[in-house]
Design a protein around this ligand. Structure first.
Ligand SMILES: C[S@@+](CC[C@H](N)C(=O)[O-])C[C@H]1O[C@@H](n2cnc3c(N)ncnc32)[C@H](O)[C@@H]1O
Length: 320
């Protein structure tokens, strides 16, 4: 039985998202359909939903789960970094809201064959879209020591990055890494035992982000979503680590400075204690929601994105 993903910050997200003005909601990361189900249940028949995901297996599960709303949904395989192209190819109403629930689902994490978890033995894969060429195996066995160092430092914020990048390259030049447990056992042997769990989580996170180009895709997805959104429509972003949250926070700040949006929850919503106890994977979640107040020109969006890059680079240099 595949693990059922428990949607995070469900009530908090849906109650603000459905206030968006328009007719169509876009769930950019529909996964197994948890948030989508609640959104459809809480909106009138006249409202429809387009659900995107890169993962075909998740889409199959979402289709089954959302069967009762069959007439109101379209589920498509695709990446939110291609929102404009995807939405140009299908009929839809004015867009009332976009949801980005980032990262991976519990279903993906717990499926050993997907290679996301350092606990379950499986191939070093980590692709959301299994038709993509680059896998974690290819990355770890072909990146230079310098590239691995940057990756572990920047995307994992890992303090053992220097040592790990060196020993990984020494070992893989003799014998390639093929499986998740092969890599995690090797890492365990090369760092103090007390650091193992957190380091493994960070190294696996860094590899996943890199394999799926997650940070660049998020910037691109958010800017396209804002351009496509109806006035008074909403964007909700649920992030699970500081790199993602920093992008959402600073992107919205840039548009706010131009008077193009209102931030609905300036302090961002966090899961309650009871949600954290029931669903450990919700622990690090943060929800940010905005309401669009004016359209953006291409020129202004370019400026906002340039400023965003400058802020993110400065944060990185300051180690924030
Ligand atoms: C946390 S899960 C979403 C769970 C969903 N909200 C639910 O309630 O079932 C994140 C999903 O985003 C998908 N994903 C990751 N990057 C994506 C991208 N660039 N475009 C579309 N989907 C993506 C993953 O495959 C995964 O299914």
């Amino acid at each position: 039985m595949p693990t059922i993903h428990i949607p995070v910050l469900l009530k908090e997200t849906i109650e603000v998202l459905i206030e968006g003005t328009g007719k169509t909601f876009i769930d950019c990361t529909v996964g197994t359909g948890g948030h989508a189900l609640e959104l459809l249940a809480q909106t009138p028949e006249s409202v429809d939903l387009i659900g995107l995901d890169k993962d075909e297996e998740s889409l199959k599960m979402a289709k089954e789960r959302l069967q009762a709303f069959e007439k109101r949904i379209k589920l498509l395989k695709g990446g939110y970094e291609n929102l404009k192209e995807i939405l140009a190819s299908i009929p839809h109403g004015p867009i009332a809201g976009f949801l980005f629930d980032l990262g991976m689902s519990s279903y993906q994490l717990d499926e050993p064959q997907r290679g996301f978890s350092f606990r379950n033995d499986g191939p070093l894969d980590m692709r959301f879209d299994v038709s993509q060429k680059l896998t974690a195996e290819e990355l770890i066995n072909s990146a230079t020591q310098e590239q691995l160092l940057t990756l572990f430092k920047r995307l994992g914020e890992e303090k053992w990055s220097r040592r790990l990048s060196r020993v990984i390259v020494e070992r893989r030049d003799k014998k390639h890494f093929h499986s998740t447990v092969e890599l995690s056992d090797f890492i365990r042997r090369n760092i103090p035992r007390r650091a193992a769990h957190k380091t493994l989580a960070r190294v696996f996170q860094a590899l996943r982000i890199s394999v799926n180009n997650e940070l660049e895709n998020l910037k691109s997805g958010l800017s396209q979503a804002f351009e496509l959104l109806n006035i008074d429509g909403r964007i909700a972003v649920i992030s699970y680590h500081s790199l993602e949250d920093r992008i959402a926070k600073n992107f919205f700040r840039g548009l706010k400075k131009q008077d193009l949006l209102v931030v609905i929850n300036p302090r961002c919503a966090r899961p309650s204690k009871s949600e954290r106890m029931k669903n450990r994977r919700s622990r690090s979640a943060r929800l940010r929601v905005i309401r669009k107040t004016a359209d953006v020109t291409e020129e202004v969006m370019e400026k906002v994105m340039e400023n965003l890059e400058t802020i993110l680079e400065a944060d990185e240099e300051n180690g924030d």
